[in-house]
Design a protein around this ligand. Structure first.
Ligand SMILES: N[C@@H](CCC(=O)N[C@@H](CS)C(=O)NCC(=O)O)C(=O)O
Length: 278
């Protein structure tokens, strides 16, 4: 992997890398924050998955996570939200919620998407193997994300609890099989047969399998997408069935933006650092 850009930040380093991804079959960029502690020895990592229309840049420049990550000694690993580049399929209408910037963290099975859209494998396997080989990371991982990325974080953790110590989300798409964003993306990427969709629905996964990981979810009550797209009550109902360790907090007045994320990221970082230290 090659360094594209590098800045000092809170005594650590904010770095953007480019590499050839085998799972996505294209060249990809991702960003990393290495805290000052990484100069002394390997540190744990928080993976951050962004939402629709984002790249690795949104979280890096808008969330203000680096100050607290530097204090806590946490690395931040920030992938892009879809495969990119020439030859990578996009929505023919150029919609923001399908194709580029909208990979939904699934392994697509339908053409033309199945050539590149394998973000599930990328985030679960390829990216951790790469950064843990190349960077001073100790192999302990937590995962978080926003909206589509909150969905990705929950699904990855619920399906692979041994890979992560904790999971959190901001305004996650909690029940994608039952909302317009999820139904549109899953129909395109996974096909009409809805039996394949359940593996990528956090509420269905939680109801079916339970979860032993600590889960923290923040949701703004003034979020325009709350009722139609995000459905946190479905996640809460699933957690209630098996007594999963979910803390769902409704935050009055907050919308869907990075101002909301910036307001609560410190608490999420402290939550993950507590579990990563154990
Ligand atoms: N209104 C937006 C919907 C997409 C959106 O809200 N994206 C969220 C994630 S779901 C985001 O983080 N946007 C980028 C940003 O705020 O920096 C649009 O049409 O572009």
């Amino acid at each position: 992997m090659q360094i594209v850009q590098q800045q000092q930040c809170f005594g650590g380093r904010q770095i953007r890398y480019r590499h050839d991804s085998q799972s996505l079959n294209c060249s990809m960029q991702f960003s990393v924050f290495l805290p000052p502690q990484a100069e002394q020895g390997p540190v744990p990592a928080l993976y951050w998955l962004s939402g629709l229309t984002c790249t690795d840049d949104n979280f890096s420049t808008k969330a203000g996570a680096q100050r607290m990550a530097a204090m806590l000694g946490l690395a931040l690993i920030i992938p892009d939200t879809s495969p990119r580049g020439e030859g990578v399929a996009d929505d023919p209408q150029g919609a923001y919620d399908l194709g580029l910037g909208a990979g939904f963290y699934v392994n697509a099975t339908e053409t033309p998407w199945n050539k590149h859209y394998r973000m599930y494998d990328y985030v679960l396997n390829e990216l951790p193997a790469l950064v843990e080989r190349e960077l001073p990371l100790n192999g302990k991982r937590a995962i978080s994300g926003h909206s589509m990325g909150g969905h990705g974080a929950l699904v990855l953790a619920l399906r692979n609890p041994a890979r992560f110590v904790s999971v959190s989300a901001f305004a996650p798409i909690s029940h994608p099989t039952d909302c317009p964003w999820g139904q549109k993306a899953f129909t395109a990427y996974l096909g009409e047969d809805q039996s394949a969709w359940a593996e990528y629905d956090a509420s269905l996964l939680l109801a079916a399998k339970g979860c032993s990981l600590p889960m923290l979810v923040d949701q703004g009550e003034a979020d325009n997408f709350l009722a139609e797209q995000l459905r946190p009550e479905a996640l809460q109902a699933a957690a209630d069935v098996d007594g999963a360790e979910l803390t769902l907090r409704l935050q009055p007045g907050y919308d869907h933006s990075y101002y909301f994320i910036a307001s609560f990221i410190e608490e999420h970082l402290r939550f993950h650092a507590r579990h990563l230290a154990g």
